[in-house]
Design a protein around this ligand. Sequence first.
Ligand SMILES: *Cc1c(COP(=O)(O)O)cnc(C)c1O
Length: 364
Amino acid sequence: MPIRVWDYLPEYDNERKDLLDAVETVFRSGQLVLGASVRSFEAEFAAFHGARHAVGVDNGTNAIKLALQALGVGPGDEVITVSNTAAPTVVAIDAVGAVPVFVDVDPATYLMDTAQVEPAITDRTRCLLPVHLYGQCVPMEPLELLAERHGLAILEDCAQAHGARRHGRVAGSIGRAAAFSFYPTKVLGAYGDGGAVLTSDDEVARSLRRLRYYGMEEAYYVVETPGHNSRLDEVQAEILRRKLQRLDGYIDGRRAVAARYAEALAGTGLILPVTAEGNEHVYYLYVVRHPRREEIIEALAARDIQLNVSYRWPVHTMSGFAHLGAGPLPVTEELAGQIFSLPMYPSLPLHAQERVITALREVL
Ligand SMILES: *Cc1c(COP(=O)(O)O)cnc(C)c1O
């Protein structure tokens, strides 16, 4: 049996009745778009984070895009972020006409190196966009000080960090706004696309609700500033409501997989994930590092075990962003040649995980 780096089918087997009931609930509700399930999910997702508002949108990329617009970021403004991230972080910055400015990452955690942010601030900088990569939070305290001192907004990219905490604060509750993806692989995943923006700022929330609905107030069909159609689907919202109830369990499952990897792979020469002090990691990905990456990936593929690389091409090196002339980013560029991720999802069967461990120990 092949082992995939991610698979939702074991979860579907476990949760099938509840998921199909969610679909039936929406189909029977009489309102298929922006109905009771979206409203309830928004209230429950906001409450989970202690935020005043959650606004459901169609995907994580548009969550970032709409959040930037709602924060007043537009053409020519600079947004400081990282290149070791999923391309959509940067695509969303580009989509609002803003300019991504990259800082390098920390060589131990692979997260934004916050010491490099202040020197990157110019009079065009409007927003700091830390990415809580792989399931743990960027050390936010220095960014909060900088945002305060320079009058900048913080937008957290939480697409990989549902339920992660830093010094007790949950990811998404720290910045002025936070963007989430519910792409199926994520820690809280839908059965299709979905996203949300969290904020405790009433004006930002109002602006987000307009932006996802053509630019109109829902009850008042006049466009003041043209927006988008970026609504969260009602069926996905109902599925997400049910899965939000189980989020702590999914995170526990991921941590159990991570703990087994950490114990079994210590001393093999693989560089294992490092959790920053004060962080509670949710292990969206289990990212390891080794200079002979390609050989290891091939050897495991020969044993029917799929590994993945997140990310093989730093965003600033992609041809679509060559015009920025960004870089060099030495840590990001070196990591990109050595990191890879092991199979990780909460319902990963124990026997499959043991096969991964045995194969890695043999190859190393
Ligand atoms: C998945 C992801 C996104 C984009 O989310 P989509 O729902 O796929 O649009 C953005 N940022 C990061 C860090 C991601 O992992």
